[in-house]
Design a protein around this ligand. Structure first.
Ligand code: FES
Ligand SMILES: [Fe+2]
Length: 384
């Protein structure tokens, strides 16, 4: 175990054992710290909510639900994507109870029929005619910021969101050759984890566990072939190489599909793994895209929505068969989720003490520092 690799020498900067340790247990077990994290991170940053193709026409909508949040994302009459808090301005009732669907040009509350247009303006409010000072214009639906990037829809619950381009921090240019806007979703799997959201990103951000937990992945992509970028304020990422003869990550390592159009030759031999903080994990393969949305439900519960997206020309072929890619990642995901749940269970015991990170776990340390900095910043500006 742990013999040095001569092909992939450990060239990453050294770390000091007393400066690179895992977080105290409370960050994984304390509901109050979880609430503070939500306020400082999830309620303050851009969140991946879905894909533009989920809203094909005016009135199309889907809802986003996680701890303390329920948002309607829809396409308005003008064709723009907008989002609102899913709560009536009369007495707060949930407006859309379905996960997705099509609205008939307006949103009507099931309780007393307050009715809103697709821009959130209150059109009618029965039985309010003798309420002195009541003005419909004062009660639009609560607006949530929206942005689109290459087919991805993001929402932001903050009153003054960070500029979206600044949030992307150059990833839009970096990943433009994958032409993600063209890709179509072929499969969705939803997983329910008994683990804190940070454990999922930590698991994602290192492959030292790959030879132990993912023999098939390690057979197709050497666990030390990764090359991480320096951590950024809003994302952490790196890439790994496919071994000789391996075309993509699928059960048999074969693709049966052309590479995505526009990819450079070297990118047909790599898989990119990027965590856009705090809720999108983006895997870019030579021939398909995998997305994971992470939704924190409780301090020790996270829902993960995993989608497989392929190029329409590949999908149109008579021999299109995504099963190998789907099954490869479903298998690998389940291995990772089990480890994340085990990490949660062990950290929650009285015996847990923060442990030392490897210098190859620098992205995990960066995630911990991101969380600590965000919490400290929120404490310094409680009104932000
Ligand atoms: S709560 Fe919505 S109309 Fe009364
Ligand atoms: Fe893994």
């Amino acid at each position: 175990m742990n013999r040095p690799s001569f092909r992939y020498p450990n060239t990453r900067p050294e770390v000091r054992v007393d400066e690179a340790r895992t977080l105290p247990a409370a960050y994984y077990t304390d509901p109050e710290l979880f609430r503070r994290e939500l306020a400082a991170i999830h309620y303050a940053m851009w969140l991946h909510a879905g894909r533009s193709e989920q809203l094909p026409e005016p009135g199309s909508f889907f809802t986003v639900r996680f701890a303390g949040v329920n948002v309607i994302v829809l396409r308005n009459a003008a064709g723009a994507i907008v989002a609102f808090h899913n709560t009536c301005r009369h007495r707060g009732t949930l407006l859309c109870k379905e996960a997705a669907g099509t609205l008939p040009g307006r949103i009507r509350c099931a309780y007393h029929a307050w009715t809103y247009d697709l821009d959130g303006q209150l059109l009618s409010a029965p039985n309010m005619e003798k309420v002195i000072g009541f003005d419909r214009a004062d009660y639009p639906l609560g607006r949530v910021a929206c942005a689109e990037w290459d087919g991805h829809i993001f929402i932001n619950l903050a009153p003054r969101p960070q500029p979206f381009a600044e949030y992307l921090g150059g990833l839009d240019a970096k990943f433009a050759p994958w032409r993600m806007a063209e890709l179509k979703r072929v499969e969705r799997k939803v997983y329910h984890l008994n683990a804190n959201w940070k454990l999922v990103i930590q698991n994602y951000s290192e492959c030292l566990h790959c030879p132990i937990a993912h023999p098939l992945l390690n057979q197709y992509s050497h666990y030390l072939s990764g090359d991480n970028e320096p951590p950024r304020p809003t994302w952490l990422g790196g890439r790994m190489d496919l071994r000789d003869g391996v075309e993509t990550l699928s059960l048999d390592g074969k693709s049966g599909r052309p590479p995505l159009p526009g990819l450079a030759p070297e990118d047909r031999r790599r898989v990119y793994y990027y965590a856009l903080l705090p809720n999108l994990l983006l895997n870019l393969h030579p021939d398909y895209m995998l997305t994971f949305e992470l939704w924190p439900i409780a301090v020790d519960r996270t829902d993960i929505v995993c989608d497989w997206h392929f190029h329409p020309e590949a999908i149109a072929r008579a021999d299109f068969d995504p099963a190998g890619a789907i099954e490869f990642w479903d298998l690998t995901n389940r291995q990772d989720w089990e480890l994340s749940d085990l990490a949660q269970a062990g950290i929650a015991t009285r015996g847990y003490r923060p442990g030392p990170y490897s210098n190859r776990e620098e992205l995990l340390l960066a995630l911990d520092r991101f969380v600590l900095e965000r919490l400290a910043r929120a404490d310094a500006e409680p009104s932000a």
